[in-house]
Every structure is written in structure tokens, then in C-alpha cells.
Design a protein around this ligand. Structure first.
Ligand code: SF4
Ligand code: SF4
Length: 110
């Protein structure tokens, strides 16, 4: 079976935290524990004079790629609840191809 992973085009992420909450609810995580954690850079004006305001969701060591959901044909909870549809789940080799078109992305696997 091919290796699975998560692809997150963080350029499309608007920082809503839905992925964090969906993961915590799905895995019944206690407060302060995360399977995916939203990080934020900015708002910041860099030395070139450009404004940066970037959100990057980072899967943690608690992420199990929602094995119990995907085993029944469901999408991972975070992917299912991402309103900007910037997250994808699938074969890691296929997801890696997306990097060519969407280079500002996170690619995660176990
Ligand atoms: S794939 Fe599942 S376990 Fe991993 S971050 Fe998403 S919701 Fe959490
Ligand atoms: S649910 Fe989607 S848009 Fe919202 S913070 Fe997570 S990755 Fe970003």
C-alpha cells in the first residue's frame, strides 16, 4: 500500500483554527494538546518593505493521519473541516507533485 500524507497549501490558509479544533475533537485531546497547530508570522513589514502575514498549520507528533477515519473511507477531520480547502489527503507521491504548482506548502507523512 502506498504511503499516505497531508498536503497543506498554507498560502490559502486564513488562520481560522478549524483544523486544530476538528483534530482535537476527533481525538478527544485535552486542552493545550494538538495534532495540528496553527503558527503565525506577522503582520510584519520586512526589510524589503513588503508586508508578511502568514499562517502555517503544522502537524505534530500526535497526528496519526486519522487512521481510524481513513480506514472507513472518510477524510481526515482537519481536511474535512478546512473551509478554505487548502488541505489534501492522499498518496504522498501524488501530493509531492502538487508542490510544483503550489510551492508554499507543507507536505507531511508518518
Ligand atoms: S490528519 Fe487527523 S490526526 Fe492528523 S492533524 Fe489532521 S485531524 Fe489531526
Ligand atoms: S482549517 Fe484550513 S484555513 Fe483554517 S487554519 Fe486550518 S488550514 Fe488554515
Amino acid at each position: 500500500m502506498s504511503k499516505k500524507g497531508l498536503f497543506i497549501n498554507y498560502e490559502m490558509c486564513f488562520g481560522c483554527h478549524s483544523c486544530e479544533m476538528a483534530c482535537s475533537q476527533e481525538h478527544k485531546l485535552p486542552a493545550g494538546e494538538f495534532g495540528i497547530k496553527l503558527t503565525q508570522y506577522g503582520p510584519h513589514k520586512n526589510v524589503k518593505g513588503d508586508w508578511e502575514y502568514t499562517f502555517v498549520p503544522v502537524p505534530t507528533q500526535l497526528c496519526d493521519l486519522c487512521g481510524s477515519r481513513t480506514a472507513t473511507g472518510k477524510l481526515p477531520a482537519c481536511v474535512h473541516h478546512c473551509e478554505s480547502e487548502c488541505m489534501e489527503y492522499g498518496d504522498i507521491a501524488e501530493l509531492a507533485k502538487l508542490l510544483e504548482e503550489q510551492p508554499k506548502s507543507v507536505l507531511f507523512s508518518l
